[in-house]
Design a binder for this molecule. Sequence first.
Ligand code: HEC
Length: 109
Amino acid sequence: MKKFFLVLTSSIITLLLSTAGFAQGDPAAGQAKAALCATCHRADGNSILAITPKLAGQNASYLVKQLMDFKSGNRPGVTMAAMVAALSEEDMQDIAFWYASQEVTLGGC
Ligand code: HEC
């Protein structure tokens, strides 16, 4: 019985460790949430405007960090601060995983 609880406890700890710190976004939900972003970054993140960075194929963690920094003001940017104001961390994760799953195309800027 004691061994059973030991195995059970270590299984739970392993499960918790494997999920903690590796937040996963939902790309399908992110695609829907990125409708507004498409105006400037395009639907798949391959912006064709010179002043607007491409987001397609970008690292998801990097994207989440930038969105959080725009929201907190750590990264200045009037336009983007307004864009992320209403986004939750989950929204940012979803959107980041959507753009990260897209293939970047060359040119356009
Ligand atoms: C009105 C145009 C516009 C819209 C709409 C817009 N952005 Fe941006 N975005 C910009 C511009 C311009 C920059 C560059 C800002 C800078 O570097 O100062 C930028 C930068 C970014 C960056 C940083 C990219 C990098 O390489 O560091 C991310 C991430 C981003 N936008 C995501 C989004 C998301 C997500 C949305 C929708 C919620 C969105 N943007 C909506 C114009 C826009």
